[in-house]
Write a new protein. Structure first.
Lengths: 430, 163
């Protein structure tokens, strides 16, 4: 069997490992436009802040390709897939054939149309090369003894991790966000307010409910024009308003839905022998009951692992997709998963939702669980993350919580909170 | 996730707690710390080394038990790990974390359905979890439990779900 994987990140590597569970011998070719060995993209903010050195960005050991019999074509691009001949044409001129193909090309930053943004000191922050460029610019500022100022557009996960890293690199940082609160996709109003004040204590300035319309000035001294009319001076800017699937324009007949490549629970696309996984793909969200892109590392790895097994003739499926995040800012950890803010109209319409919260402002803690028909569908654990995975497990289990509901927010929530029979069923699984 | 593998589920010994035998004495925790110390000495380990126990003791009223990493077949922690530090050994089945590569992002804590992974209380931000005392043959918590409330064995099919 001859496997080709386009993409060398979480989904691509998951697929290699999935294939090798079932097929030790088939040929695997991994094609990536990046030159890098397997590295972890979420770690680039740790690299930018100096917390992690370059060598430790590796997601798998140096001998990963050799051990798994992978031919890695790095720094090359797929120009065209011809499904009829099962062939790929690469930028380098090389032609590659496949029996099973996986598209795991990930996401790419969404860049809104802004005037003047082509300036050299306006960055994205999703790839190692972005971190390298930012580090070079910071070094340049330091050499010129300029006290650096940065403006970040977007208060999502990427924007705020960039903000933290740049503060640690001794820059002044202002984050501009169109929404009225930070991390609006994974936090509710209360949690967002708590985290925002924590970030402000560590030096991040926020301008919410506003956005950037134009970049002016010159490369060393940018002038950022805001929609509200204000102007911010800075030396560098990061655009982090979101990512979109990086759908390669390489073949016809692949169904692209609202956002990504449409896949079923076996990670198959609409084309025979072509699979997709990770941030490029629109897989099943078990909580929302629909297909959508869930651009998160664990989701990508798991989809890749399933795709790989199925490419190798297996019968695996993944239907446990839902949003989940663990993230820390200046030592304040937060774990969230699932539906964290059911729409007010759903609550009003009594769509079976129930929301429980507890917390302490002084201790900067906040816990929230969201139930639907007495089943766990989401939670926020801010600065109270220990054992949060039990809640994630309950989401997957989809079981009626019964009396366990009343224990979910307690400080010593654990397996003793479960009914004895349920606990034994889980702890004596073998 | 439904899996499809050539091999049968990896068979391995795991630690099981017998609630009705547990006295809640926490000696498992004490020996866990010693086992993961440099000195391997009970007193020195607690007085001079900073070690987070790998075992979690749950206790309420008359009921108590110790809980360690279940070394799950599908190891959701390893599959979620963003650095590759958390790995399940395909031969021994042991799930372990390379503390050199761990950055303390807590993604494994988000993923572990047993809540069996701890944040290390000391030093650099990393996690701490049971490694089944891989170097010692039998986990130290099991061999030192004074009331045999912890057993280390491979369950037979008819033992699953029951004590």
């Amino acid at each position: 069997m001859n496997y080709v994987i386009i993409g060398n990140s979480a989904a691509g590597i998951g697929a290699v490992e999935g294939i090798r569970l079932l097929d030790r011998d088939g040929k695997i070719t991994v094609i990536s436009s990046e030159q890098e060995h397997v590295y972890s993209r979420p770690l680039i903010s740790y690299y930018l802040s100096g917390q992690v050195e370059l060598a430790k960005l590796k997601y798998r050991p140096d001998n990963f390709y050799e051990q798994n019999g992978v031919e890695a074509l790095l720094g090359d691009r797929v120009l065209r897939v011809a499904p009829a001949e099962k062939g790929l044409e690469l930028q380098s001129g090389q032609r590659v054939t496949y029996d099973k193909l996986l598209i795991a090309t990930g996401g790419q930053p969404f860049i809104p149309p802004l005037k003047g943004q082509s300036g050299e000191n306006v960055f994205s922050f999703t790839k190692l090369d972005d971190a390298r460029s930012l580090l070079a610019q910071i070094k340049d500022l330091k050499e010129k003894k300029i006290e650096g100022q940065a403006v970040i557009l977007g208060a999502g996960l990427i924007g705020l991790k960039a903000a933290e890293a740049l503060i640690k690199a001794k820059l002044k940082v202002t984050v501009v966000e169109l929404s009225e609160r930070i991390l609006s996709t994974i936090l509710d109003e209360q949690a967002a307010a708590l985290l925002q004040s924590h970030l402000e204590e560590h030096g991040v300035d926020f301008i919410l409910g506003d956005t950037i319309t134009e970049f002016g000035g010159n490369s060393n001294h940018l002038k950022v024009n805001l929609k509200s009319g204000g102007i911010l001076d800075c030396n560098l800017a990061v655009i982090a308003v979101g990512v979109k699937p990086n759908i390669p324009n390489i073949t016809d007949n692949l169904i692209v839905s609202k956002q990504g490549l449409l896949i079923n629970q076996q990670m198959e696309t609409s084309q025979a022998d072509i699979y997709a996984a990770g941030d490029v793909a629109e897989g099943y969200d078990m909580l929302k009951g629909l297909r959508r892109v869930i651009p998160l590392w664990p989701n990508a790895y798991n989809q890749g692992l399933v795709a790989g097994q199925n490419m190798a003739g297996g019968n695996a499926s993944y239907d446990e997709g839902f949003a989940r995040n663990a993230i820390s800012f200046f030592g304040l950890p937060v774990i969230t998963a699932g539906i964290i803010d059911p729409p007010a109209e759903d609550l009003a319409a009594k769509a079976g939702y129930e929301v429980l919260t507890t917390g302490c402002l002084e201790k900067k803690t906040y816990k929230k669980v969201v139930l639907r028909e007495n089943r766990m569908v989401g939670f926020i654990n801010l600065n109270a993350v220990d054992r949060a995975g039990i809640l994630t497990g309950l989401i997957k289990e989809k079981r009626d919580l019964g009396g366990l509901k009343d224990q979910l927010l307690s400080n010593d929530f654990g397996y003793l909170s479960f009914a004895e029979e349920w606990r034994r069923e889980k702890l004596w699984k073998g | 996730m439904q899996e499809s593998r050539r091999e049968e589920t990896l068979r391995m010994k795991r630690i099981y707690a017998l609630e009705e035998h547990c006295l809640g004495c926490k000696l498992c925790e004490v020996y866990c710390v010693a086992s993961h110390s440099v000195s391997k000495d009970l007193v020195k380990a607690h007085k001079t080394e900073e070690i987070t126990p790998r075992v979690i003791i749950e206790s309420s009223g008359d009921t108590s038990f110790a809980l360690q990493c279940r070394h799950c077949d599908d190891a959701p922690c390893a599959r979620a790990c963003i650095t590759g530090a958390m790995q399940k050994d395909p031969v021994t089945g042991i799930v372990s974390c390379d503390s050199e590569r761990c950055v303390g992002c807590w993604t494994c804590i988000m993923a572990c359905p047993y809540g069996a992974i701890r944040r290390d209380k000391y030093g650099r931000s990393i996690i701490s979890k049971c490694d089944l005392c891989a170097e010692e043959g039998e986990p130290s918590c099991v061999s030192h439990c004074p009331n045999n409330a912890l057993i280390y064995k491979e369950l037979e099919a008819n033992e699953r779900g029951v004590e």
